[in-house]
Design a protein around this ligand. Structure first.
Ligand SMILES: [Zn+2]
Length: 482
């Protein structure tokens, strides 16, 4: 038995400036897909489950990048062709793919749907195909038509990416062994939801995820999922979804379960609020200054590289420099290649003048003087800790998520527990930061990941959509068809 595997992972922020090209992606083809880290996320779990079952794994192609602006058409076409080339003339018994699900290409708002339809064409209608998707996938008609089974992350922050791969591969193996004949039940909801309002340790997501686990126990249901879409994409496919994989012999159970799960989600739509105390920027700094425990970790939620933003705004840093009640704050990260280069040329201990990042909106850089203190290469980026008059700031030569791990701060020679205030370019914090923070705050800063969704200039999102339109309505597709 032979199963083709591949990966395509990008969460596209269509409000972010610029485009994402091939250089931003970690890529691999053929056996390289199995040998290279970072070309996917759930593919490790997929391969492990297939190996354990004694199935021959046939790697095709993989590409994965940090979330960012719209992907260039040539980049997507490269991956599509590499993947399809390896399927052409090849006889495979099944296909299992690792996809994010919310990629957006300049001329194709549904690249996953396009890719899956092309793979379906290549392998024929009777070859089972399943996928592992990110919880923030944007599910489309073409994806549902092409796939037989789907498994999605059930944690945010995402700590179950490998397990999700195992689930997607297990669905496929059950189909290949004749133990199951797969079908999908899908209910899209007209709703936008930010990750910062839907962490799975908080309500209502905690209970909703539990309801997925209960649904899995039903006869005829194999794997029930919610997909939350991605609100910083002006996509005609935007929305939240219930998507259930079940037995083709129990279609009404599968569709009924999807409708029930969607109904439970829709019922609780008004309960989604920020999962962390949230304030406007000044309010967040005020609250931080009034806190005794340390460190207070302030998330700069308008400029999250993990949701595609440029990681270069200085609004929060400026506000921090204007205050004297924050101790010596630590700020990570401002991505600015020129400022990094200036520091590198000067070297440690030499004073530099930097035109740092940009104020958002407007683009005016922040003029600061400082001293490069320590250089550190981390997570594919080159970074430097710069000591300013009033704060320490990490400058990087490119966007990075290195600061999601507090160990990065320690490697820069700073003990995070000794600082009163640490500001990070993050939305909801990683589990590691949650373990370090005495108090967590969201600063609702302006930027490419503005958390106030009603302020975003949507043109293509279908309307009415909740919460942009409070009066948006929903009824199950199954009911509408009858
Ligand atoms: Zn996600």
């Amino acid at each position: 038995m032979k199963v083709a595997v591949g990966a395509m992972s990008h969460e596209t922020n269509t409000f972010a400036a610029g485009t994402t090209d091939i250089d931003a992606f970690a890529t691999a083809v053929g056996d390289g897909v199995l040998e290279t880290d970072h070309v996917g996320r759930s593919i490790g779990g997929i391969v492990e489950a297939l190996d354990d079952a004694g199935v021959e794994v046939y790697p095709t192609a993989g590409a994965s990048a940090l979330p960012g602006p719209a992907v260039e058409p040539e980049t997507y076409q490269w991956l599509r062709e590499e993947l399809l080339d390896r399927l052409a003339g090849e006889s495979v018994d099944g296909v299992c793919l690792d996809l994010h699900g919310s990629m957006f290409v300049a001329d194709e708002p549904d690249p996953e749907g396009d890719l899956l339809a092309a793979v379906r064409d290549a392998v024929g209608p009777d070859t089972p195909m399943t996928a592992a998707l990110d919880m923030h996938a944007t599910v489309t008609e073409r994806m549902v038509e092409s796939l037989d089974g789907v498994a999605g992350y059930r944690t945010a922050p995402h700590t179950d990416v490998a397990e999700t791969g195992v689930r997607a591969a297990t669905l496929l193996l059950d189909a290949l062994n004749g133990d199951a004949s797969l079908t999908l039940g899908w209910e899209p909801l007209p709703m936008l939801l930010a990750g910062e309002q839907s962490e799975t340790e908080a309500e209502p997501m905690r209970t909703l995820v539990e309801s997925l686990e209960n649904a899995d126990e039903r006869d005829g249901v194999y794997d029930a999922n919610y997909f939350l879409g991605f609100p910083w994409a002006d996509s005609p496919h935007a929305g939240c979804h219930a998507l259930v994989t079940g037995d083709a012999g129990a279609r009404s159970v599968v569709e009924g379960t999807a409708a029930e799960l969607a109904d439970a989600f829709w019922d609780r739509r008004a309960e989604f609020g920020f999962t962390t105390e949230a304030y406007d920027p000044e309010g967040a700094l005020e609250a931080a200054a009034a806190t005794d425990g340390r460190p207070v970790v302030v998330a700069d939620t308008g400029d999250i590289p993990g949701a595609g933003a440029g990681e270069n705004t200085t609004n929060l840093l400026s506000a921090m420099l204007a205050r004297e009640d924050l101790g010596r704050p630590f700020v990570a990260v401002v991505a600015d290649a020129e400022s990094y280069e200036t520091c590198r040329e000067a070297g440690e201990g030499t004073e530099v003048n930097l035109s740092l990042g940009q104020e958002y909106p407007g683009g005016t850089p922040l003029e600061v003087a400082g001293v490069p203190v320590r250089f550190l290469d981390a997570d594919g980026a080159r970074t430097v800790l710069v000591s300013l008059d009033g704060a320490d700031v990490v400058v990087a030569d490119r966007r990075t998520n290195a600061h999601r791990d507090p160990e990065f701060v320690r490697r820069l020679g700073v003990d995070p527990t000794e600082r009163a205030v640490i500001a990070v370019k993050s939305g909801y914090l990683s589990p590691a930061w949650k373990g370090v923070a005495a108090r967590r705050l969201f600063a609702l800063t302006p930027g490419e990941t503005n958390q106030r969704l009603a302020d975003l200039p949507y043109e293509h999102v279908p309307r009415p959509t909740y919460p942009l339109d409070e009066d948006a309505e929903w009824s199950p597709r199954t009911a509408r068809r009858e």
